[in-house]
Ligand binder design. Sequence first.
Ligand SMILES: C[S@@+](CC[C@H](N)C(=O)[O-])C[C@H]1O[C@@H](n2cnc3c(N)ncnc32)[C@H](O)[C@@H]1O
Length: 266
Amino acid sequence: MRRVVSAHFPPGRWHVGGSMEQAEVTRTYDRNAPWYDLMQAPMERMGARRWRPMLLEGMAGRVLELGVGTGTNLPLYDRNVVVTAIDPSARMLERARARAAQAYATVELVEAVAEDLPFATASFDAVVASFVFCSVSDPLAGLHEARRVLVPGGELRLLEHQRPSGPILARVFDALDPLARRLSGASINRPTDDHVRVAGFDDVASLFLDRFGIVRLIAARAPSTQGDASGHDAQTAAHDRQTPDGELAELAAEEPNARRAKEVDR
Ligand SMILES: C[S@@+](CC[C@H](N)C(=O)[O-])C[C@H]1O[C@@H](n2cnc3c(N)ncnc32)[C@H](O)[C@@H]1O
């Protein structure tokens, strides 16, 4: 059975997470919602359409999708998944409702921000997001929340565009970032895989899906004993550096441009 519920928050122009900046981001997505799929179409053709199934491969149980937008991923979940999907933009969620209706999985839509999730600790087996941490106004707070709501050892999987790996292109992206943010609500120079490490996740692995290291599939696990979610300790850092990224390599077997971040950085 399909269940679509909306609005944990009253309708209207409220400031999510108390952040003016986030209110502006949300307004931008509300404004762009009618054209979002059209604006996103070139990106889908360039690769996102192929990468989305990699993001959701093997997902089962209770899955939280952050920043669901117009719901592009929703028809791709298997029927054995119970999806809770959040987004702060009511207009984007309106569009996601139509996609939820086409989903095999059970879907619940909730108006909320990643930085302040209205869910109990350890209530999801996996947390996923595609092209979201470029927009979340406090990405570290959002990742700490993702870690909190995951069961110990639960999986975080992100498909994100971020600051390119090469220094020249990285500087170009830095220069264009203010304009990109104003027009689309999304930042183009976030170091999201570093943020995942800093937020205290284990087994952080990052796979470059294009040759410039811009789009990445990031996989990580919540620590198997969930302690203080406030930051990254030395033990976690040492563990991350030894992480085998076999799981991502398997996911990317079919993807011609995919390379592990470690290989490209060398
Ligand atoms: C670029 S869109 C991506 C939408 C969708 N995930 C996709 O793959 O097409 C970014 C989405 O993140 C949402 N967003 C912005 N700030 C957020 C926050 N603080 N927490 C969760 N989602 C947020 C936006 O409303 C928007 O729907």
